[in-house]
Design a protein around this ligand. Structure first.
Ligand SMILES: [Zn+2]
Length: 251
């Protein structure tokens, strides 16, 4: 068994037997990992808090070769993102980021950019509007894993486009000439398209500063929500929760 060290953010935890915990991490070096932590309950005061959701840890683990469940032997907190923990909308958004990352990633598929995206998002969640950060998160994540459609022009005839039509079923951008062949294609406006293209080509700091109107924010929310529903086949639990609490929070 090889000993590995990495930074890793806690996405999910579940109790295992009476004193252990199975933790799903997203690590900076190895991508998504599942680790078994033994003896958690006896040392609950000390260790329970360490494996709290959305905490960035330095972990040491024994890599199992016959299983994807590794044995975590050491962990210390590198960043607890404390600023976001007191607000319900931040916690709901943080859960959404974790669930979306977990659902769209495979174990042992390294994506340092996804680790950086999680770290960036949790770090700034308390200071930035959750809706704005959510769209950035979705687009950056899907771009990194290769799920984002080709958005530079029409998929069929390659014509460059400033606005176009989008088929959710096919996941393709189309020009006005090619769109009629796809009856489900709906108009995609210039602004949301421009934002997605900007996010694809710029880093996180530049992207979050890119100006966006409320209307564009809403258009993008509808677009990404339909796109994810089409790809995942069901709404995320954390997303349903967020939609339930947001009318209350905006009162
Ligand atoms: Zn075309």
């Amino acid at each position: 068994m090889a000993i590995q060290k990495t930074s890793a953010i806690v996405l999910k935890t579940q109790p295992f037997r009476s004193t252990s915990l199975i933790v799903t991490f997203f690590s900076s070096t190895f991508g998504k990992l599942r680790g078994l932590v033994k003896g958690v309950r006896q040392e609950r005061e000390m260790r329970g808090a360490i494996f709290e959701l959305f905490t960035n840890l330095d972990i040491v683990y024994y890599e199992k070769t016959r299983s994807d469940l590794h044995l975590v032997s050491e962990a210390s907190i590198s960043e607890d993102y404390n600023a976001m923990r007191g607000k319900l909308d931040c916690i709901a958004t943080a859960s959404y980021f974790a669930e979306l990352t977990d659902l769209t990633s495979e174990v042992h598929d390294p994506h340092e950019k996804i680790f950086e995206l999680l770290d960036f998002s949790y770090r700034y969640l308390a200071a930035l509007p959750p809706a704005r950060l959510s769209r950035l998160f979705e687009i950056k994540l899907l771009n990194e894993i290769g799920w984002l459609p080709y958005l530079e022009g029409c998929i069929t005839c390659q014509a460059p486009l400033e606005r176009g039509y989008f088929s959710m079923r096919q996941g393709t951008l189309l020009c006005p000439n090619c769109a009629p062949a796809h009856p489900d294609a709906k108009p995609l406006d210039r602004e949301p398209l421009a934002v997605m293209r900007y996010y694809i080509h710029h880093d996180l700091d530049a992207s979050i500063r890119f100006p966006m109107t409320r209307q564009t924010e809403k258009d993008l929310e509808v677009f990404m929500s339909s796109f994810l529903l089409e790809r995942l086949g069901k709404p995320l639990k954390s997303r349903i929760f967020f939609d339930k609490i947001s009318p209350v929070l905006s009162l």
